[in-house]
Design a protein around this ligand. Structure first.
Ligand code: HAM
Length: 420
């Protein structure tokens, strides 16, 4: 049987590749003083239906009624969960908070390369700080997440925009704040749809004289004044090369209130590698006004990154390491005489206590077969337990070199070797 469409089985080698990614994510997030948190995978449906929470994501929810008749949903993203948690624990932490999470999310999305229905997402969020430095810090962290894996400004671009610029623009056409989301959704799809479709959508909404041409003209304005302070901060960090101001980035989520951005690979047609922005009202809205906390953050998925990583030397050089990670043991005990099995398992226990990865045949097997198992398992040493007990014959499998070590000295001998 296969897994459900959009879900993945991770074989050991795939898992090693994903660990390389998640270990990098954690390492870089910690360098920025971020601490890891987690929350539940299943949430009440209400969390996503509150005002300004979802957007398009609402149509992609895995939602159902649990056995206690509660409407629930698998989380499609981490941000509402984070907002709920920080609102509930607001008084326990000094601000700003720098929190990150690596967790599974679920979206009933259409199948395409780099998009799955269950995926892993890194989220980094800075909460309790309104200044542009917080925006710069988050974007710098996103860039460093990419640089860590070997991507430079010729491989990725962060396209940067601002919802405030859009609100001001839309206001000129009599469009109220409450209806900007509908207009932004049109803009979000504009690049991927024929012009007539965009015109049709515009015609269906209330406004005074907004046309596709006017939208285009605005989107190609040479400067975006509201972004200047942020661009200066990023330039001071030496990261300006990664950034492209681009008003066509509006993002599909309803809760953003200021700067928004998406990271794209420059080659290929993969979807965004990461996306995020400032959301100063979400925590306020989700807590019914009890807690007001400005916030900015981003999410980065594993699927697009893993596709993307296939193209950079830093990651491809590690392929051998990923394959090596599938080996199960360092030491294989070859039991040449079944009468000595109790001594062999005792020895295995001692070696494992010392921290070595040890395997042996669980049933009586020919010696030749046991040696093959040692090779297949990736062992560095095969230790023969046979006629010469308590003396042991050791074979270094890479060189076929053989030596003899007394049983009492084996742990020390192997520990010395594994250090070298
Ligand atoms: P998002 O743009 O919906 O933002 O997702 C962020 C990233 O998650 C995407 O750029 C992509 O790498 C990955 N992703 C999203 N959907 C899928 C999918 N179906 N399969 C594989 N990867 C996917 C958010 O989720 C916001 N909550 C991010 C955020 C955090 N904003 C502020 N803080």
């Amino acid at each position: 049987m296969k897994p459900l469409s959009g879900f993945k089985d991770l074989l050991p080698c795939d898992y090693a590749r994903r660990r390389y990614l998640t270990e990098g994510w954690r390492d870089i997030a910690r360098r920025y003083g971020f601490v890891e948190f987690d929350g539940p995978t299943l949430e009440s449906l209400e969390l996503y239906q509150k005002k300004n929470s979802g957007g398009e994501i609402l149509t992609q929810l895995y939602q159902f009624t649990d056995r206690g008749d509660r409407p629930v949903a698998l989380r499609p993203e981490m941000t509402p969960t984070l907002a709920r948690i920080v609102a509930a624990h607001d008084r326990e932490f000094a601000k700003p908070l720098r929190w990150f999470n690596v967790g599974n999310c679920f979206r009933y999305e259409r199948q395409q390369r780099g998009r799955l229905r269950e995926f892993l997402q890194l989220n980094c969020d800075l909460l309790g700080e309104r200044s542009v430095t917080a925006d710069a810090e988050i974007i710098a962290l996103l860039i460093d997440q990419l640089r860590h894996f070997g991507f430079g400004p010729n491989d990725v671009t962060i396209r940067l925009s601002d919802r405030l610029a859009w609100h001001d623009f839309l206001e000129q056409f009599g469009i109220k704040k409450e209806s900007t989301t509908e207009f932004l959704n049109i803009v979000d799809k504009m690049e991927r749809e024929p012009q007539e479709k965009t015109e049709e959508k515009l015609a269906a909404l209330e406004h005074s004289g907004l046309t596709v041409e006017k939208l285009r003209e605005f989107m190609t304005s040479p400067t975006i004044p509201v972004l200047e302070p942020l661009l200066e901060e990023l330039a001071a960090r030496g990261l300006r090369d990664f950034i492209k101001p681009d008003l066509s980035i509006v993002r599909g989520l309803a809760y953003y209130t200021g700067v928004v951005f998406e990271a794209f690979a420059l080659q290929g047609s993969l979807r965004a590698v990461a996306g995020g922005g400032r959301y100063d009202r979400l925590i306020h809205d989700l807590s019914n006004g009890a807690v007001t906390l400005p916030a900015v953050g981003f999410g980065m998925g594993d699927a697009v990154m893993l596709e993307f990583l296939k193209e950079v030397p830093l990651a491809t050089q590690r392929e051998e390491e990923f394959h090596a990670a599938t080996s199960s043991c360092q030491v294989y005990l070859v039991i040449a005489d079944e009468a000595l099995r109790p001594q062999a398992v005792g020895l295995a226990q001692q070696l494992r206590d010392a921290g070595l990865r040890v395997a042996f045949s669980l049933a009586s097997e020919r010696v030749g077969k046991q040696f093959s198992a040692a090779e297949n398992g990736g062992a560095s040493f095969a230790v023969m337990i046979g006629d010469e007990w308590p003396q042991l014959k050791i074979k270094r499998l890479s060189t076929r070199e053989e030596m003899s070590v007394p049983q009492g000295g084996l742990v020390e001998w192997l520990m010395d070797c594994s250090k070298g």
